[in-house]
Design a protein around this ligand. Sequence first.
Ligand SMILES: [Zn+2]
Length: 61
Amino acid sequence: MKVSPIAHKQACPLCQSLDYVIRTESNPARTIRHSEAFGKTVYVRVPAIRLFCMQCQCGFV
Ligand SMILES: [Zn+2]
């Protein structure tokens, strides 16, 4: 199952602001084991998007 983010950016985990956050690059999608559904184990393919807060100088995914 493939999923995608509903928002273009996420708030910085330090200052909680969206204003200084930029997207830097996208890493290859990660596969995450999610839960059981339909009697099978479900894995979701999640794009790993790198973001950077200009104010805190911190990068996060
Ligand atoms: Zn910040």
